[in-house]
Design a binder for this molecule. Structure first.
Ligand code: ADP
Ligand code: MG
Length: 450
C-alpha cells in the first residue's frame, strides 16, 4: 500500500479556497479538479484536459502549493493527470485498440481553440465567460454575444466555444458555425429552391448555434424575421446561441427592436485592444507555435508599434518571417524596422468610438459634447464638427453614412464635404496638422487607458 496519502489536504484546501474566491470561479475551476493519487512528496490531481491544466497552473498553482505546504508542513509538489471526464467506462474499453481520435468539426478552424488563445486584461472576461459557456452550454448566459473592433479575437473565441463543446460532449451535439453572410445566403437559396423547410429544420434543431458578425443583418428585414423564429425555437429548447458583432447591440441600425432585445438578453461582453504585455505574450505564443526563432527585442519592437489589434500583430510577424525566408537571413532589429515601417505607420486603432472622438474634439475646442453632436450651424461649432468627422473617418471603420448619423443625423454628402474641406485646410494651413495630431493623440491616449 502506498504510505503517502495527501487526499485529506486536498479536501481541506478546497474548503479554504471556496471561501476566498467567488462561487462562479470556484465552480468553473475547482469543481473540475479532483484528487487522483499521491506519491512521495507529490499530490496528483485529475483535470479534464490539457487546456484546463494550463489554465489552472497559470491561475492557481502558487496558491494551491502554498496552502498544501501550510497544511502539511512540508514542501509538496503538485502534479496533474489528465482524465477525460465524459467518456464512459464501456466506451473506453470498446475503443481501447483504436487510437484516440481528436474530434474535428468541419465548420471550425483547427487553430481557433482556447489552447491558442492568450488571455490578457483586454479579453479575460470574455474568454472566461466563453469557457464557462462551453462547459455548460444552454444553461446560463443565453445568448452570449461578443463585440468589439476588427482583429480582436471575436471569431477565434466563437470557434473555440464550438471546438470545446464538440470535443467535450460524449453525445453527438449538433453544432453549426456560420457567418451572418452565409446564413443569409443559405436562407435565400432555400427560398429560391422552394425549400424553406430544409433551412428551418436545420437551424431550429441545433444544440449550439454560432453566428459570426451579426452586424451584417442590419437592413435585412426578411432575414431578421427568420432569425427571430430560429432564436425563439433554440431559446425555448435551452440550446446555446453565441453571436459576434463589431459594435454594441445598441449601436446597430435597422435591426428590429425585438431582435435587438433578444441579442441583449443573455450576456454581452466587449473585447478591447490588448495592452503591451498581452501583445508581447501573443507574439511569443505565435512564434512558439510557428516554431520559428525571433529575438525578444524584435518582438518588443513589434508590440510597441502595433497597438491596434491582434490581426495586425500577426501580419507583421508573417511579413518578417516571409522576408527572412526569402533572403535567407537572420532577422535583425534594423531589418525588422525597415520591413515593417509600412505596417507601423498604417496600423490604425480600430476600437475608437465616435463618441470618444466627439468628446475629445469638444474638449479641445471648449465646446459642449451635445452641441458638437447637435444641429446648430454656427461657425464656432461647424468647423470643429468637420474636424470631428474627418478624424472619425481617419481613426474608425465607420462609413460616411454612419459618421453623419452620429453627428446630428447628417447625410454622407455632408461628411464627404467636411473631409474635403479639412483636407484642403491641411494643405493650406500649416497649423492644421498640429491641431489634428494633438486631438488624435489625446483620443489614442484615452483609448489605450481603457
Ligand atoms: P475578429 O473576429 O475580432 O476580427 P479574429 O478572431 O479573426 O478577430 O482574430 C484575428 C487574429 O488574431 C486571428 O488569427 C486570431 O487567432 C488572433 N487572435 C486574436 N486574439 C488572440 C489572442 N488573445 N490570442 C491569440 N491569438 C489571437
Ligand atoms: Mg471575425
Amino acid at each position: 500500500m502506498n504510505s503517502w496519502n495527501y487526499e485529506v489536504f486536498w479536501k481541506e484546501l478546497q474548503s479554504q479556497i471556496k471561501n476566498s474566491i467567488s462561487k462562479e470561479e470556484f465552480s468553473m475551476w475547482f469543481n473540475n479538479i479532483s484528487y487522483h493519487s499521491s506519491e512521495e512528496n507529490t499530490i496528483i490531481l485529475s483535470v479534464p484536459s490539457n487546456f484546463f491544466m494550463d489554465q489552472i497552473k497559470q491561475r492557481y498553482l502558487p496558491l494551491i502549493k502554498e496552502i498544501i505546504g501550510e497544511l502539511s508542513g512540508n514542501k509538496i509538489n503538485v502534479s496533474f493527470s489528465i482524465v477525460k471526464k465524459n467518456i464512459k467506462e464501456e466506451n473506453s474499453k470498446q475503443s481501447n485498440d483504436q487510437p484516440e481520435e481528436i474530434k474535428k468539426h468541419p465548420d471550425l478552424r483547427e487553430d481557433y481553440s482556447f489552447k491558442n488563445f492568450v488571455i490578457g486584461e483586454n479579453n479575460s472576461f470574455a474568454a472566461n465567460a466563453a469557457i464557462a459557456i462551453s462547459n455548460n452550454p444552454g444553461k446560463s448566459y443565453n445568448p452570449f454575444l461578443i463585440y468589439g473592433g476588427v482583429g480582436l479575437g471575436k471569431t477565434h473565441l466563437l470557434q473555440a466555444i464550438g471546438h470545446a463543446v464538440h470535443e467535450n460532449s460524449s453525445d453527438k451535439k449538433k453544432i453549426v458555425f456560420v457567418t451572418a453572410e452565409n446564413f443569409t445566403n443559405e436562407f435565400i437559396a432555400s427560398l429560391q429552391k422552394n425549400k424553406p423547410h430544409t433551412f428551418k429544420n436545420k437551424y431550429r434543431s441545433l444544440d449550439l448555434l454560432l453566428i459570426d458578425d451579426i452586424h451584417f443583418f442590419q437592413n435585412k428585414e426578411g432575414l431578421q424575421e427568420e432569425l427571430f423564429h430560429t432564436f425563439n425555437a433554440l431559446y425555448g429548447a435551452k440550446k446555446q446561441m453565441v453571436f459576434t458583432c463589431d459594435r454594441p447591440v445598441s449601436e446597430l441600425k435597422n435591426i428590429t427592436d425585438r431582435m435587438k432585445s433578444r441579442f441583449e438578453m443573455g450576456l454581452n461582453v466587449e473585447l478591447n485592444p490588448p495592452a503591451f504585455e498581452t501583445r508581447l505574450a501573443i507574439l511569443k505564443s505565435k512564434v512558439e507555435s510557428l516554431k520559428i526563432s525571433i529575438s525578444n527585442d524584435i518582438l518588443e519592437l513589434i508590440a510597441q508599434n502595433i497597438t491596434s489589434n491582434v490581426r495586425d500583430l500577426e501580419s507583421a510577424l508573417t511579413k518578417l518571417v516571409a522576408y527572412a525566408e526569402l533572403v535567407n537571413k537572420k532577422i535583425t532589429k534594423e531589418i525588422a524596422q525597415k520591413q515593417l515601417i509600412d505596417i507601423f505607420t498604417t496600423s490604425k486603432p480600430c476600437n475608437i468610438s465616435i463618441d470618444l472622438i466627439q468628446k475629445k474634439v469638444a474638449e479641445y475646442f471648449n465646446l459642449s459634447h451635445i452641441d458638437l453632436r447637435g444641429r446648430k450651424r454656427t461657425k464656432a461649432i461647424a468647423f470643429p464638427r468637420q474636424i470631428g468627422m474627418y478624424i472619425a473617418r481617419e481613426l474608425t471603420e465607420y462609413s460616411t453614412t454612419e459618421v453623419g448619423s452620429d453627428f446630428g443625423g447628417r447625410d454622407h454628402t455632408t461628411v464627404m464635404h467636411a473631409i474635403q474641406k479639412i483636407e484642403g485646410s491641411l494643405k493650406s494651413d500649416p497649423t492644421m496638422e498640429a491641431t489634428i495630431n494633438n486631438i488624435i493623440r489625446s483620443i489614442k491616449e484615452n483609448n489605450s487607458k481603457q
